[in-house]
Design a protein around this ligand. Structure first.
Ligand code: ATP
Ligand code: SF4
Ligand code: MG
Length: 324
């Protein structure tokens, strides 16, 4: 899919649109956790927002159980969202929770749109969801978000996201604001829920190492492009795109040998989306760059038939030989 945002006119440029995601093609299956990693501004939240229908892609498709969500009319999309089959946990739980609603009301809120449930059934479903995330509904159900710890608040967000019994859950930076013990708790909850509820889960993170324990596969975004995707152990141990190798280098627990890499290939300073008509933005600093890298549109990191690991690089094999 490709996504653009409208932009206002400034003294330097006219009003128009900026493409912030380009040709991103991903699949997540039932019971699977797909990690999405990338630095700030790479388009992770935009990708999640587009998948749940909060922003409409300008090109591409979003297939969900045989329906292309991009082709739905506005009304059909609204109906689809009301079913709660796809849920989104926002990046900042404090801002996304109404400060005046109790925990039980917060968790039950999405059920109001689903309809056909009595008030009592909604309360029961909320308590069930709270129990699934390990929170005591009796003790915490009537508190407001301000009376919870950060870890508890994040678990309330998770309970709220699963209360509609979704089949796909997108979770935006679920652990970045948490300390180590809460981080492990939330990640292991996601891991358990995808197995127990048969959920397909997308976990967004700017930190590759936090995905290492739970994701099955990982997709690496760089300035709105997908540069590499594959099974997480393979991507961590044998990255083939230099940007992924840079990410593994800055996560010391992941792979020590790649720490030397930043000296050879410093990351680009710009965080602007990668322009559509530009060749590989790594070319000025890449030791394997040839004319094809500068001139030809870069190859897409789209999983080819029979290949689970794909890389958007003309010379991925040479990088693989170098990186080991
Ligand atoms: N509503 C919007 N209107 C215009 N541009 C936007 C909007 N939301 C995001 N952008 C731009 O789109 C790009 C991608 O933003 P996005 O929030 O998806 O990145 P991200 O990877 O989630 O970053 P972070 O790690 O900081 O959360 C950025 O250049 C950002 O400035
Ligand atoms: S080899 Fe070419 S395509 Fe690959 S990272 Fe280097 S410049 Fe980009
Ligand atoms: Mg974000």
């Amino acid at each position: 899919m490709s996504v653009s945002y409208g932009r206002r006119a400034t003294s330097l440029r006219r009003a128009g649109t900026t493409r912030v995601l380009s040709g991103v093609d991903l699949t997540v299956r039932t019971g699977e956790i797909l990690g999405i990693v990338g630095e700030t501004g790479s388009g992770k939240t935009t990708l999640a927002r587009a998948t749940v229908g909060l922003v409409r892609p300008e090109a591409g498709s979003i297939g969900f159980e045989g329906t292309d969500l991009v082709r739905l009319t506005r009304r059909e999309l609204r109906e689809f969202r009301r079913t709660g089959s796809v849920q989104f946990m926002f990046q900042d739980p404090l801002r996304s929770q109404d400060p005046e609603l109790t925990v039980r009301q917060t968790v039950a809120e999405p059920l109001a749109a689903v309809g056909a449930l009595t008030r009592r059934e909604r309360a029961e479903r909320a308590d069930e969801a709270l129990a699934l995330v390990g929170l005591d509904a009796e003790a915490l159900g009537s508190r407001i978000p301000g009376q919870l710890s950060g870890g508890q608040r994040q678990r309330v967000s998770l309970a709220r996201a699963i209360v509609t019994r979704p089949r796909l859950l997108l979770s935006d930076e679920p652990v970045s604001a948490l300390d180590a013990s809460n981080r492990n708790l939330v990640l292991s909850l996601l891991d358990r829920l995808r197995r127990e509820l048969g959920l397909a889960v997308v976990v967004i993170s700017h930190d590759l190492s936090s995905l290492a324990g739970i994701a099955d596969r990982v997709a690496v975004l760089y300035r709105g492009r997908l540069v590499e995707q594959g099974p997480i152990s393979e991507v961590l141990e044998h990255p083939r795109h230099p940007y992924t190798a840079l990410l593994t280098a800055s996560a010391p627990s992941v792979r020590r040998e790649h720490r030397l890499l930043p000296a050879q290939l410093s990351p680009a300073r710009s965080r602007e989306p990668w322009p559509d008509d530009e060749g590989c933005v790594f070319a000025p600093r890449c030791r394997f760059a040839g004319p094809e890298c500068r001139d030809e549109p870069r190859p897409a990191a789209v999983a080819e038939a029979g290949r689970s690991h794909s890389v958007a690089c003309h010379h991925a094999d040479r990088w693989r030989d170098l990186l080991g």
